[in-house]
Design a protein around this ligand. Structure first.
Ligand code: GDP
Length: 298
């Protein structure tokens, strides 16, 4: 547990450096608020969340008659925890047999890696897992998923150049027949601007719904936490198209843009089930607002 927190802290150190140093020995004046404003914007908190936090912080400083910059930092911490706590929601297991999860994201966001990490996480919670290689466009994507499958001893349903919706359908049927606990359907990485590809994702979702009532039970978007406001744009576009149930925010190790979670909380509060803090199979953790803010503003 400690090593995970240490890694999160190290990972967010680029974001936290600019946020914490400005409080050291500072007077509580307009300069401080201006510096904080630029630090929050630099951390990709976005204009909306930044203004919200500054207004709330000024009010708190006044109401609580704070006189010391360290206290102001503490107040900011409290506000950030309040802002991010609604995003903290666990992925609940065991409500469906199988639980069908559809996983989307743009290329390079860390989707395949996340599926591998999730497979391991689910197995640790005694869930049997089946993967569906829904990225039928890229042979490399299928191969990569197969490697993760082998590593975790998990079967992968795959079809060469097949219809991704058909692969998803087959996987759910197979899971129903085998009594598998969780099916994860990988999908081809794409940009939200590629409208025909978004239509295809909607089709996969519809077809999954035909393979099992109420499925997919979870629609997850994997976003690269290092892409800041761009990640927020993706959340909006994919949520509009697919009605997301959760997010996985990857690459929070070594990012200067950890503020993007604040922007998500203010503008499109889709729950963050997990965060990724490294390339290894263990580097996926449930999102915890308190731990995250502690790491950010320690
Ligand atoms: P996909 O195209 O969305 O499937 O992306 P991949 O899963 O292939 O990941 C793209 C790159 O990001 C790979 O080099 C991964 O090792 C790396 N990656 C994924 N998640 C993380 C993370 O949490 N932290 C770091 N540092 N790298 C990650």
């Amino acid at each position: 547990k400690r090593s995970w927190l240490t890694r999160l802290k190290a990972g967010l150190s680029k974001t936290s450096a600019s946020l914490t140093t400005l409080f050291v020995g500072a007077k509580i004046d307009d300069d401080l608020y201006e510096e904080l404003e630029s630090a929050l914007l630099m951390a990709d908190g976005g204009v909306e969340a930044t203004q919200f936090l500054l207004t709330a912080l000024k009010k708190k400083v006044k109401d609580d008659k704070l006189t010391d910059a360290e206290q102001v930092k503490g107040a900011l911490k409290t506000l950030l925890i309040e802002l991010l706590t609604p995003l903290q929601k666990p992925l609940v297991l065991g409500r469906h047999q199988p639980m069908v999860m559809m996983i989307a994201g743009v290329n390079g966001a860390g989707k395949t890696t996340t599926i591998g990490k999730l497979a391991k996480h689910l197995q640790a919670h005694r869930q049997s897992v089946l993967l569906a290689a829904g990225d039928t466009f890229r042979a490399a994507a299928r191969e990569q998923l197969a490697i993760w499958g082998e590593r975790n001893n998990v079967s992968v349903i795959s079809q060469e150049s097949g219809d991704p919706a058909a692969v998803a359908f087959d996987a759910v049927q197979s899971a129903l027949a085998r009594g598998t606990d969780v099916v994860m359907v990988d999908t081809a990485g794409r940009l939200p601007t590629q409208l025909h590809l978004m239509e295809e994702l909607k089709k996969i979702k519809r077809v999954i719904g035909k393979s099992m009532a109420d499925a997919p039970h979870e629609v997850l978007l994997v976003i690269d936490g290092n892409t800041g406001q761009n990640a927020l744009t993706q959340v909006k576009a994919f949520d509009d198209a697919l009605q997301l149930t959760g997010l996985v925010v990857t690459k929070l190790d070594g990012t200067a843009k950890g503020g993007v979670l604040a922007a998500i909380a203010r503008t499109r509060p889709v729950p963050v089930y997990f965060i990724g803090v490294g390339e290894g199979i263990e580097d996926l953790q449930p999102f915890n607002a308190q731990e995250f803010v502690d790491a950010l503003l320690s």
